[in-house]
Design a protein around this ligand. Structure first.
Ligand code: GTP
Ligand code: SPV
Ligand code: MN
Length: 592
């Protein structure tokens, strides 16, 4: 397939270790993909769904013990432990290669090794970086064909270069105790073994486009972030771009595909999606920050996606989609998940592959769900009704605002603005959010998740903060930085803010601030809107509710300051002095 000796020697070495029966190169053609789909259906790895209702759509169920990213088994293997830092798990690279080589030994015996040449970013663009994933899973191949740009042109672009990310994935026997997702940033290498769940095995996504890319970006002067990218189009045709970092399952896909409330649509406002999960950011020649989405599809959370919450996502996954761990409706051979509609199928199979009795479903007990809370759809960006015309742009889009956010029942107000890039970096660094089903472990526990990157920074978190500060010095015309929280609850635990499409109202305030068109209230944490400046026309909430959503609870923030100090101590001595200064200044303003 290629004369590139680095590629061929590496594949030979990996094949000698894993001993597949055959090696198949993935060329990106529809013919080959179709053959693989048929093969996966023949073995039961995938189920072909109703061709009329869901053309070219498939269902896959992972193993029951393999449904989310495994942060406890994810490692950054730098030669020096302190370069991985205290937030990452670390293993000595040599020790790790030896340990995992044993797990890979003969793991592909009786199986096929697929070679996937892929690009993160538009092939041939300045932003693009290339990878090759070796895998023994057709499911992985078919997902990578949707999520990345796969094909022979990647090999052509690579020529005889050694500059590609080497990814090796083997399902082995899906043994949880021996599941490893490991990164060798100094060798451009990712090894994943004993899993078949997306975030652990689609190596272009979190492993490459965030963990390895964040490491490359730090060395080369750019940024890889867990951010959606969207464009807000004004009635006069102007489009302003926003990136936003929220932790896993905290609303990126939803915000990225937002449909403005009717009153705005009537006036001519539109929102365009450039990306829903990952942004690569570079300083442009014009002194602004420019963003591209390195992915080519969406690996979105299914539950809760419906005609009201996110019609664009729903329409995106009505064709050419792979559904993972959702309910199989046997009556019409389609799929269902909690929150799709009010009609759970009577004749159905749950995500575990068992007959599912929807009458036993009880919202409070996740084990009665038909679809796994982290069930997902893999769908092509090209099928998204609101995909931006800049999606395939070689230069990306210029960023006006960076927005951080998380799930906070109390502390964080609906929106506030930082006072500078340095202060904004601080705001990102102190992010916290309640944990979700996107990773294994307890759900609903508040944890620090700086820039929504806690599980994804491929090096020392303190150095990552320093990189943010350094980038700020290199951007003559930087985006303004904000924080949002759609998840404040009342005393009964209900969300106060309507969220979803109505988040447009907050985006418009943010952009008005960027343009200097509106003033704000100075508080100890930053600039908060005048309650009257959040447009509530057409909503059934009052300006007093908005005031409550915007209130800054000094006591709660002082409590938070303690948590931030503990977190900075955990990150350790590489936390930049500027951020310690910001923290002291915040505490002083809160106690004034
Ligand atoms: P990852 O793909 O894991 O990175 O997740 P994500 O950040 O893209 O999250 P997604 O948009 O899929 O949303 C996850 C969950 O948050 C879904 O259950 C949504 O229904 C819910 N959600 C999203 N936006 C809002 C909002 O504005 N308000 C409320 N209350 N819930 C929301
Ligand atoms: C996330 O968990 O942030 C996701 C899904 O986007 S995964 O690909 O599993 O990382
Ligand atoms: Mn994500």
């Amino acid at each position: 397939m290629t004369q590139n000796k680095y590629i061929n020697e590496w594949i030979a070495e990996m094949a000698a270790m894993t001993t597949p029966d055959s090696i198949v190169w993935i060329d990106g053609t529809e013919e080959q993909a179709e053959k693989l789909r048929a093969e996966a259906c023949a073995t039961g790895e995938m189920i072909k769904l109703n061709e009329e209702l869901l053309p070219n759509c498939y269902l896959h169920r992972t193993a029951i013990n393999d449904v989310a990213r495994v942060e406890g088994r994810t490692f950054i293997c730098t030669s020096k432990k302190e370069d991985a830092g205290n937030i990452n798990n670390w293993m000595d690279p040599k020790e790790c290669y030896e340990k995992l080589s044993k797990l890979y030994k003969g793991a592909m015996k009786g199986r096929t090794m697929y070679v996937i040449p892929y690009s993160m970013g538009v092939v041939g663009s300045d932003f693009a970086r290339y990878g090759i994933e070796l895998t023994d899973s057709i499911y992985v191949v078919l997902n990578m064909l949707i999520m990345t740009r796969v094909g022979v042109n990647v090999l052509t672009e690579l020529g005889d270069s050694a500059d590609f990310i080497k990814g090796l994935h083997a399902k082995a026997d899906l043994d949880e105790e021996n599941r490893y997702i490991v990164h060798f940033p100094e060798d451009n290498t990712i090894w994943s073994v004993n899993s078949g769940y997306g975030g652990n095995v689609l190596l272009g996504k979190k492993c490459f486009a965030l963990r390895i890319a964040s490491f490359l970006g730090r060395n080369e002067g750019w940024m890889a972030e867990h951010m959606l990218i969207l464009g807000v189009e004004y009635p006069n045709g102007d489009i302003k771009y926003i990136t936003a970092a929220f932790p896993s399952a905290c609303g990126k896909t939803n915000l990225a595909m937002l449909i403005p409330p009717e009153i705005y649509r009537k006036k001519g406002y539109k929102v365009w999606c450039v990306g829903d999960d990952i942004a690569w950011l570079r300083v442009g020649k014009d002194g602004r920050l420019w963003a591209v989405n390195p992915e080519n599809g969406f690996f979105g959370v299914a539950p809760g996606t419906n005609e009201n919450s996110n019609p664009n996502a729903l329409h995106t996954c009505l064709r050419d989609t792979i559904f993972t761990n959702v309910v199989h409706n046997l009556d019409n051979n389609t799929v269902w998940w909690e929150g799709l509609d009010k009609n759970p199928p009577a004749n159905a199979i749950d995500w575990k592959g068992n007959k599912w009795d929807y009458t036993k479903y009880n919202k409070a007990d996740k084990s009665t769900c038909g679809a796994h809370p982290n069930s997902r759809f893999t769908a092509s960006a090209a099928n998204c009704p609101c995909i931006s015309s800049e999606f395939n742009s070689l230069t990306g889009v210029p960023v006006s605002a960076i927005v951080f956010g998380g799930r906070r029942a109390r502390t964080a107000p609906l929106v506030y603005q930082s006072t500078s890039w340095q202060n904004g970096t601080f705001v990102g660094s102190i992010m916290a959010s309640e944990t979700t089903a996107a990773a294994t472990g307890a759900v609903g526990v508040v944890r620090r998740d700086p820039m929504a990157m806690r599980p994804f920074v491929g090096y020392n978190m303190g150095d990552y903060f320093a990189h943010w500060l350094n980038m700020g010095k290199r951007i003559p015309n930087p985006p303004k930085i904000f924080n949002v929280n759609w998840f404040r609850t009342d005393k009964d635990g209900n969300f106060i803010w309507p969220g979803f499409g109505d988040n447009m109202r907050v985006l418009l305030w943010i952009l008005a601030r960027c343009e200097g068109k509106i003033d704000a209230v100075e508080t100890p944490i930053g600039y908060v809107p005048h309650a009257e400046d959040i447009d509530i026309e057409g909503l059934d909430i009052t300006v007093d509710t908005v005031r409550e959503l915007l209130s800054v609870d000094t006591e709660a923030w002082l409590e938070d300051v303690k948590g931030i100090k503990e977190f900075y101590d955990l990150v350790g001595e590489r936390v930049p002095a500027e951020l310690h200064d910001e923290l002291k200044a915040l505490e002083a303003r809160l106690t004034k």
